[in-house]
Design a protein around this ligand. Sequence first.
Ligand SMILES: [Zn+2]
Length: 248
Amino acid sequence: MDWEFLTKGSANAVYRYCGKDSRLEGKVLRVRLKGNTIRTREVYEYLSSSLFDAIRHYMLQIQLVSLDRQLIKKLEEFSPQGVQLDTGDPEALLMDNVFKGPLSEYKLVKLNKYIVFYVKDEEVLFEFKPKWLYKPPKSFSTCRNCAQAKMKNQSFVNCCLPLINGKEQTEQWFQRIIDEIQRLGLEKEIPLNSCRSGSSLLADLYNVIQALFRLQNKPGFDIHSVLKELKGASDVDNFLLLSMTLKD
Ligand SMILES: [Zn+2]
């Protein structure tokens, strides 16, 4: 088997190529899990649309590939127990692997469920969430992401709302991460100079965060009342469907 299971989220499983074909070297395959309404082709068409032009340069290149049903079954067979792939979706996305080597070679440092560092020598990868970029309703003092982090008993809760409030607040958001690293004494695991360059990089790329915010919000669209009023699948319009899929 030339594909090794890497990880999974709630909608996709990702496999790393470990075979000898030079055309696939450094690639991953992103396959839909069973139980999703939106298929790979729709995701591909959405991500390839002009809506993403402003941030295309910062996105991983994606390629739509056809998968043989037998291959999907084989991928599932070589996955951890419980991973069920959508055998009805004949396509998958082929993308560049952001990790230069096998995941096992990286030291994983988790500040909470949403902020993770992968470190291997000089290479530092920073993974962060939210995928959910909305302002809280006026009557609420806590945002959805903070509420969820607290519900999941995360000891470090770093509110994400500053990320939609400008460059300076984005830097302050990152500073709280650096403070937490220092508080936990993890400077050896995560070099602080990498963090500082990560912080200014994120602030410089503030337009990317803004673009992602716009993809989930449009004038007159209030996600909280939309979700509250949903009664069935027919109430889900295309904007909501795709902006929710963006979070996958
Ligand atoms: Zn918050």
